[in-house]
Design a protein around this ligand. Structure first.
Ligand SMILES: Nc1ncnc2c1ncn2[C@@H]1O[C@H](COP(=O)(O)OP(=O)(O)OP(=O)(O)O)[C@@H](O)[C@H]1O
Length: 228
């Protein structure tokens, strides 16, 4: 169990006249939650509602007791979000500067900020890359940098939308290990079923609805069968 909770109550969403999520009722308290489903089934739309990137048309999403619609800024601070393409998140020219930007609100002294950034980089396996241009990092290293920049902000929940899409097997396994070491509640969308196979709970989404919600072996078996 996690100290954090994400609650969907009667949530639905349409893009134009297309209903992409409907009747979503969820109480997510487990530490590690995987979300799987076919392309276009509504996973990203659901995940983006956890930090208010998308608001529900019907129903409410509550994070740690706060209605996302009414508390968007606070919820954004509580929910870190990483995308499959880390280039969308890496803003600054060098690796250390990217972390320093995330630290700028909390650590005012520049020298201390740099020292802290070096220590954060080391924690995410990026020692020795501090002064490197961020765009020169490998795909896996960029994903680690994007993750480090988000985690340094101190979220209590991390939502990751297909974080391994751009990664080879080695980097994907490395990211799985890094995620395994995080204390925060984790919600991971993945087409890589092995990545979430040891999670606490798996949601299977199809046509904008939750069609299975179980521990991994049952839910993933159900999903594999439904896809064949
Ligand atoms: N901004 C948007 N405007 C219009 N339609 C959208 C928008 N975003 C998503 N959709 C549509 O909503 C549906 C659900 O999309 P969503 O991205 O949530 O699916 P997904 O399960 O994450 O898919 P994938 O596995 O391909 O990433 C799709 O039909 C998609 O085309």
């Amino acid at each position: 169990m996690s100290d954090t909770t994400i609650v969907f109550d009667g949530v639905g969403h349409s893009f134009g006249d297309r209903r992409v999520l409907d009747g979503i009722d969820l109480d997510l308290t487990e530490r590690r939650i995987g979300i799987v489903g076919a392309n276009g089934s509504g996973k990203s739309t659901l995940a983006r509602m956890i930090n208010g990137l998308i608001m529900p048309d019907t129903g409410t999403v509550t994070v740690n007791g706060l209605d996302v619609r009414k508390n968007k800024r606070k919820v954004r601070r509580d929910v870190g979000f990483i995308f499959s393409d880390p280039d969308r998140q890496i803003i600054m020219p060098t690796v250390a500067e990217d972390i320093e930007l995330s630290l700028s609100r909390t650590v005012k002294d520049r020298t201390e900020r740099h020292t802290r950034a070096l220590s954060v980089l080391s924690g995410f396996g990026l020692d020795g890359h501090a002064d490197q241009p961020a765009h020169q990092l490998s795909g896996g290293q960029k994903q680690l940098l994007a993750l480090a920049s988000v985690m340094v902000l101190g979220p209590s929940i991390l939502v990751a939308d297909e974080p391994t899409t751009m990664l080879d097997l080695r980097n994907s396994l490395m990211l799985r290990d890094v995620f395994a070491g995080l204390d925060e509640q984790l919600v991971v969308l993945s087409h890589d079923l092995d990545f979430v196979a040891d999670y606490d709970r798996i949601l299977v989404i199809d046509g904008g609805r939750v069609i299975a919600d179980d521990e991994p072996s049952s839910a993933l078996t159900y999903y594999r069968k439904s896809m064949s």
